[in-house]
Design a protein around this ligand. Structure first.
Ligand SMILES: [Zn+2]
Length: 279
């Protein structure tokens, strides 16, 4: 997981909404939706002020009787995300933010969509609010549950608003058969709400099995190389090699699945040593 800067847009959410709604030809529908413009502004401001640290104080406006939730959140699909729609350039700007196009949530797959931090079906007034839209891969978007808690410690990490210190928080337990178990353990010095949101991360996005399968592949790909190194140069050279790999991977992302794996191989090196000396 990598935090991101807020989307570099100079246009307010309510003005983006208006620009999108103006793309409808049906004048009655357009006028009905435009009557909600001030609600988009109010809810977007409340979102910025409360999410995620103070989420229980987030206040959501009630739509007028004549406007349904679906009519409001459909603006996202109809006039914001669709190719050629009036809001598509905002969509593309937000989607293009993560370095190298890698999903900032899982750190493995490619960004190909935007994830609503607060689901658009539950909070339709935030369906095109940029700070509610997180670039993600399709699987991370799909795996996140649609009903969200407004208790700060139960929410997902917010990649624009949460500040995550550059310290290790992702770890791996390596079992005797070299299967891996990924888990989150944040430093005690971190704010308790953030620590809890971080703890939810692997569960919310179903990342345990994804990371473990990549780790198993990494170990399998390298085992012959490690064996050869031990045979040619001795076990101490392998330890130095693994430590160097770990430092190099951590310098790019200290909490990638690979960084966590190599950290575990360094700290639990005897497991690898015993295995290699037994074959
Ligand atoms: Zn992802």
């Amino acid at each position: 997981m990598k935090t991101l800067s807020k989307p570099l847009l100079n246009t307010k959410a309510e003005d983006i909404f208006e620009e999108c709604v103006n793309g409808y030809r049906d004048a009655q529908k357009k006028n009905k939706l435009l009557s909600c413009k001030n609600l988009i502004a109010t809810d977007s401001a409340s979102f910025d002020n409360t999410i995620p640290h103070n989420a229980n104080n987030f206040s959501q406006s009630t739509l007028p009787d004549e406007v349904s939730n679906k009519e409001v959140y459909s603006v996202y699909d109809d006039k914001f995300a669709r190719q050629g729609s009036p809001g598509r350039h905002y969509y593309d700007t937000i989607k293009s933010q993560p370095p190298r196009g890698v999903c900032p949530i899982c750190g493995i797959r490619i960004v190909n969509t935007l994830d609503h931090y607060l689901p658009k079906s539950e909070v339709p007034t935030l369906s095109i609010t940029p700070n509610n839209l997180i670039p993600s891969c399709r699987d991370c978007n799909m795996d996140k549950r649609a009903n969200i808690s407004f208790v700060p410690s139960e929410m997902p990490v917010h990649l624009y608003f949460d500040e995550i210190p550059n310290e290790p928080w992702l770890y791996v337990k390596i079992k005797d058969n070299f299967e891996t178990l990924y888990y989150v353990s944040c430093p005690e010095s971190w704010e308790v709400g953030l620590r809890n949101r971080m703890k939810n991360h692997l569960d919310i996005y179903n990342l345990h099995s994804l990371y473990s399968s990549h780790a198993a592949q990494e170990i399998a790909d390298n085992m012959m190389r490690w064996e050869n190194l031990v045979n040619q140069a001795g076990i101490d050279e392998l330890k130095i090699h693994i430590e160097r790999e770990c430092k190099s991977i951590e310098s790019n992302d200290i909490n990638s699945w690979r960084a966590a794996l190599y950290r575990a191989l360094v700290s639990d090196f005897d497991k690898l040593k015993d295995y290699l000396q037994s074959i």
